[in-house]
Design a protein around this ligand. Structure first.
Ligand SMILES: NC(=O)c1ccc[n+]([C@@H]2O[C@H](COP(=O)([O-])OP(=O)(O)OC[C@H]3O[C@@H](n4cnc5c(N)ncnc54)[C@H](O)[C@@H]3O)[C@@H](O)[C@H]2O)c1
Length: 336
């Protein structure tokens, strides 16, 4: 199929591009590079051995999107383009509503105009909010605790209404849990700008000497070792989940929300120990107060993805850490 990836040079989009290209799909990328680098395109072409058409542009540019959809006879769009910092979304909500919600509306308008009616949307487990029960299944009440999560929920709702208005649409909202890891080549991975918000890129910057130590926010939660527990998922598993969702859209009409997680929570200390094993060095850490807005534990019920998409995460925590370390190690030696 001819697939457009918005935000396809970012962390999850780039790994998905590799999986889709290796399955024989024609991948086209549009990205405004606000949180990625054009060099990633060269690395994608090295890994896949294919030339991938790339447009530096914004999803809020309706004319550009229509032209890309037309020129490449796009059949399905995977919409990764979005801003993802919870902290920044609270400080600058309009920026987030504009980019994530208005950007999605413009994309949908362009798709509607060009008759492209298959869409896979990058949603997030943050749509669930404080767990009423765990694991979160897709029927769990939706009550995001921050602006970022509300932008994701709003887009999900817009898409649901759209699918009700026109049954020709096939829309899959994938609710990601906590993607980490990197492609086995070490050529692509998570490349955050500035000080990272998430645990794994932060650990990577500590081992590379850019940051002095890791802050562990709270070791007195009611969890197995007192630190927060999350459902970490290997980014290559996540990428394969998109390929499975793409196949699903071929025989599906309507709207579905599907969790992409492993169903197994790991603690901050589990992740640190596994990473220390990968990097063969210890990670300096300082225990700090809990951060407001952090949940003690959450993880996915992963059955719907297994049943509908015939997909489940298969790589373990050590493989996630080994691949992140391999990427970080190469990055430190050869700046990409
Ligand atoms: N990484 C996670 O932990 C996580 C978890 C849940 C959901 N998500 C969602 O998945 C998607 C991809 O996440 P990621 O981790 O790959 O993030 P990322 O920042 O690495 O990738 C997003 C890409 O989109 C591009 N982009 C942003 N706004 C754009 C716009 N208006 N026009 C064109 N390009 C634009 C950025 O330059 C970047 O390359 C995002 O929508 C994010 O909210 C991510």
């Amino acid at each position: 199929m001819n697939i457009l990836l918005t935000g396809g040079l970012g962390f999850i989009g780039s790994h998905t591009a590799v999986v889709l290209a290796s399955e024989g799909h024609s991948v086209v990328i549009v990205d405004n590079l606000c949180n990625s680098q054009q060099q990633t395109l060269g690395n994608l072409e090295l890994i896949t051995g294919k030339k991938l058409p790339f447009y530096e542009g914004d999803v809020r540019d309706v004319d550009l999107l229509k032209k890309i959809l037309r020129d490449h006879q796009i059949e399905c769009v995977i919409h990764f383009a979005g801003l993802k910092s919870v902290a920044e979304s609270g400080a600058d909500p309009l920026k987030y509503f504009d980019n994530n919600v208005s950007g999605s509306i413009v994309l949908i308008e362009a798709m509607q105009a060009e008759g492209v009616k298959k869409l896979i949307f990058s949603s997030s487990a943050t749509v669930y909010g404080v767990p009423q029960y765990l694991p979160y299944d897709e029927e769990h009440p939706l009550a995001p605790m921050n602006v970022y999560g509300r932008t994701k929920l709003q887009v999900e709702e817009i898409l649901q209404d759209l699918s009700k208005s026109d049954p020709d649409w096939s829309i899959v909202c994938l609710r990601y849990f906590n993607p980490i890891g990197a492609h086995e080549s070490g050529l692509i991975g998570e490349l955050p700008q500035g000080i990272p918000n998430n645990l794994m890129p932060y650990i990577c910057q500590v081992v590379s000497g850019k940051l002095p130590h890791l802050n562990v926010f709270g070791d007195d939660y009611d969890t197995k070792d007192g630190t927060g527990e999350r459902d970490y998922i290997h980014v290559m598993d996540l990428a394969e989940g998109h390929a499975a969702a793409l196949a699903f859209t071929n025989h599906h009409q309507g709207w579905e929300a599907i969790n992409l997680g492993t169903g197994f929570p790991y603690s901050v200390y589990d992740l640190i120990s596994a990473f220390e094993k990968s990097a063969k060095q210890s990670i300096p850490k300082v225990v700090k107060e809990r951060r407001s807005g952090d949940l003690p534990i959450y993880y996915a019920k992963a059955d719907k993805a297994k049943n509908l998409l015939n997909w489940q995460g298969k790589r373990d925590l050590q493989s996630m850490c080994d691949s992140s370390w391999n990427y970080q190690d190469q990055l430190t030696r050869v700046p990409k």
